[in-house]
Design a protein around this ligand. Structure first.
Ligand code: GLN
Length: 442
């Protein structure tokens, strides 16, 4: 199908299901030049000189700069901010003839779990409209699931790509720290954030990641890495040692589903299955938040109302304000950085424990979210909210790669399996996920 025809279908879908009546609310802004850009891409395809992403229609979380578009970060603070330049990932997508359809809704400044903290209203879950889509890249997950686009990009600080992917039943990849340039990402917490794909299948995720990955001198933490070989991703690896994470979660049905599926694919492929535990995994949340609060507080200091939009404290919502106040408290001189330094120590401990585990196994399997999505507006306790990140945030703390693969349903609600591999083993992770995905399809 021609790009222009596919685009027409997607735009109709968006008009019908995103912007009318009981809307999903995944898309915040559409690219005003989309029709001319689609035509140009079709001309290139016809001439045979189009790039790797030609024909792919892509949406981006509204915290990734696209020149001329409103990068609001789901916040009133930046609602009038127009990006003056393209983020590196955007440049790379355009260079390979990917078509940028628009920007997606998200939790305000990526602070959230469910997609409900956006100043532009919650994103609804296309699978079941009364449920949350999962956050913070809620609109990216929902847009892919609702068939508004081919692919999406999100950002993941502690689970924000994997959580919506799990709740909406799509694939979501958090690449290794340093694998994808964050130049042009309005960061939430710079020592955790990574940009990554949300897609309909693992093949698409591998394709998009292969385009956006790579060293970028504009991002100081960017690292040189081997490019993803898409043919290799299709091969079923022969010898894999799978580590099934031994971790208590409150929803036993999710735990059972993950355990059963893991046994099934290990048996089918003759992969070795080991039960593993990570001794200090339960410290993850207590490690994650002091670091997030400190770095987020520091990042928001530029939002003082003089250069970009409004003063953050005056225009933000309660979750963002909580983090700013929390960050300003724990960084006070009188505390001498105690909480922050304790968190950094715990981070080192977790890094060592993961290093040891990855000497024994090729991948770690667990649920993505230990619970099913709640109803929009339903009050859930802070403890339950924090539970969202229990299994995803460790991967950001340590910096390895992890993805969410749709693995089944409970009461017709999708459940994601987390597959995590060691740092810069992103290709192997995709290969394992693709092998499992093939079993689901056949
Ligand atoms: N839920 C986590 C938080 O609120 C993760 C958010 C994210 O990954 N951006 O911090």
């Amino acid at each position: 199908m021609k790009t222009v025809e596919k685009l027409k279908k997607y735009l109709e879908e968006i008009k019908k299901n995103d912007q009318n009546g009981n809307k999903i609310n995944a898309i915040l802004e559409l690219n005003p030049n989309i029709n001319e850009e689609a035509k140009k891409i079709d001309e290139k395809i016809a001439k045979g000189n189009a790039g790797k992403l030609a024909g792919q229609i892509i949406v981006l979380k509204a915290n990734i700069n696209v020149e001329g578009m409103h990068i609001s970060c789901g916040s009133k603070v930046l609602e009038n901010y127009k990006a003056p330049y393209d983020a590196t990932v955007v440049k790379k997508i355009k260079d390979e003839d990917g078509l940028i359809l628009g920007l997606t809704n998200c939790d305000e400044f990526a602070c959230g779990w469910s997609g409900e903290t956006s100043a532009f209203g919650p994103t609804k879950n296309p699978v079941k409209i009364e449920l949350v889509a999962g956050g913070s890249s809620s609109g990216s997950g929902a847009a892919v699931a609702a068939n508004f686009c081919d692919m999406a990009l999100g950002s993941d600080t502690g689970g924000s790509i994997r959580v919506p992917a799990s709740h909406c039943g799509v694939v979501g990849v958090k690449p290794s720290y340093g694998f994808v340039s964050r130049y042009g990402l309005i960061d939430m917490c710079m020592s955790f954030d990574q940009i990554g794909p949300l897609t309909k299948n693992v093949q698409d995720a591998a394709l998009l990641l292969s385009v956006i990955q790579g060293y970028d001198e504009c991002d100081s933490i960017s690292e040189k890495s081997k490019s993803i070989n898409l043919k290799k991703v299709e091969e079923i690896p022969k010898k894999i040692i799978v580590g099934l994470l031994d971790f208590e979660i409150s929803n036993k049905e999710i735990q059972k589903l993950i355990n059963e599926k893991t046994k099934q694919f290990c048996k089918k492929y003759n992969w070795e299955l080991k039960k593993i535990s990570i001794p200090h995994l339960d410290l993850a949340i207590a490690t994650y938040f002091p670091i997030v609060y400190t770095e987020f507080y520091s990042a928001t200091r530029r939002l003082d109302g003089r250069r970009y939009g409004k003063k953050v404290e005056e225009a933000c919502g309660p979750e963002v304000l909580r983090r700013i106040l929390g960050g300003s408290e724990i960084t006070k001189a009188e505390h001498q950085g105690r909480n922050y330094h304790l968190a950094l120590q715990a981070r080192e401990l977790l890094k060592k424990e993961f290093e040891n585990i990855f000497k024994e196994v090729d991948c770690i399997i667990s649920p993505v979210v230990p619970r099913l999505p709640h109803k929009i507006g339903e009050k859930i306790s802070s403890k339950e909210m924090f539970e969202y990140d229990a299994l995803t945030s460790p991967m950001n703390i340590v910096g390895n790669c992890a993805l969410s693969l749709p693995i089944g349903e409970i009461n017709k609600i999708p459940v994601g399996m987390q597959i995590a591999c060691d740092k810069f083993q992103d290709e192997k992770m995709l290969q394992i996920a693709r092998s499992i995905e093939k079993l689901q399809i056949s």
